[in-house]
Design a protein around this ligand. Structure first.
Ligand SMILES: Nc1ncnc2c1ncn2[C@@H]1O[C@H](COP(=O)(O)OP(=O)(O)O)[C@@H](O)[C@H]1O
Ligand SMILES: [Mg+2]
Length: 264
């Protein structure tokens, strides 16, 4: 198995509330060149899980393997893209993309790698621009180019298109699909959009909460490009929606109960 999340538990130690378990015993096996999305109610631990795979967040219990290697810290074999592009404002687009390659490749090589990946996201024309000169969608493309430039085995994306307008989001969906086909990357993609998950993924994982865990694992056996009005897409959307509603209602109920207990 290519990426293996084995019996993984995450607990945070909180000063006021004591120990808080986000999820426990999460098991997930992902094949090479698979596009896997994770859906789940807000707060169920999607970002935490992705950060653990990235090596940015410690693993309380269990193990994560990438190939034969145990994940213990961040490395160039995993590239991460966040909702906010997090570019360095004082660096040009090219310099942002090659920043993580400093010390790994000679300067000429770095420029070549940047040019290749900026072409992939259609930003060649803006290679010398600065982040503030670009739209949100273009900035996010730079972040994607930067993550790909390290030639990671896995691309980790945490709601990467969540802050973009719908039109830009659709354009970036198409670009990401092309990149996925061309580079044969393995992609783990967190989103709160059921439609986005079904449109892009080979598999859609649904997480639940209270306690956090995986509650469903759908294979999307529908040829790409997928149309929103495809009956198979609509059916799957409905099924996932009803699963998620149960989970979201649990969170709402808990919040209401908490409020009732704390108002006098
Ligand atoms: N550093 C932290 N310390 C304590 N609790 C945290 C920390 N990071 C996240 N959490 C809590 O863990 C839970 C899961 O968060 P997160 O992974 O961001 O959820 P999601 O991405 O699914 O919305 C939330 O209840 C959140 O408040
Ligand atoms: Mg999140």
């Amino acid at each position: 198995m290519f990426l293996q999340i084995k019996e993984v538990t995450k607990r945070f130690e909180d000063q006021q509330e004591g120990s808080f378990e986000v999820f426990s015993g999460v098991d997930l096996k992902i094949e090479k060149n698979q596009f896997v999305s994770i859906l789940g109610p807000s707060g169920c631990g999607k970002s935490t899980l992705l950060s653990m795979v990235a090596g940015l967040e410690s693993i309380t219990e269990g193990t994560i393997f990438l190939g034969d290697e145990k994940v213990t810290q961040p490395d160039t074999d995993r590239g991460m893209v966040f909702q906010q592009p997090a570019l360095f404002p004082w660096l040009s687009v090219t310099d942002n993309v090659i920043f993580p390659l400093k010390g790994k490749l000679a300067k000429d090589e770095r420029k070549k790698v940047a040019a290749k990946h900026l072409k992939m996201v259609h930003l060649t024309r803006f290679k010398d621009s600065y982040p503030h000169e670009l739209s949100g969608g273009m900035q996010q493309r730079v972040a994607i180019a930067r993550a790909l430039a390290m030639d990671p085995k896995v691309l980790l994306m945490d709601e990467p298109f969540g802050a973009l307008d719908e039109q830009t989001r659709h354009i970036l969906h198409d670009e990401l699909m092309k990149i996925f086909e061309e580079t044969k990357k393995t992609i783990l993609f967190v989103t709160h959009s059921i439609q986005e998950a079904i449109k892009l993924s080979d598999r859609v994982i649904v997480m639940g909460t209270r306690p956090g865990r995986i509650i469903a694992d759908f294979s999307v056996d529908i040829e790409r490009p997928r149309q929103r009005d495809d009956l198979r897409v609509i059916e799957m959307e409905k099924e996932i929606m009803s699963l998620l509603k149960v989970e979201i209602n649990k969170v709402l109920k808990e919040e209401l109960d908490h409020e009732a207990k704390h108002t006098y």
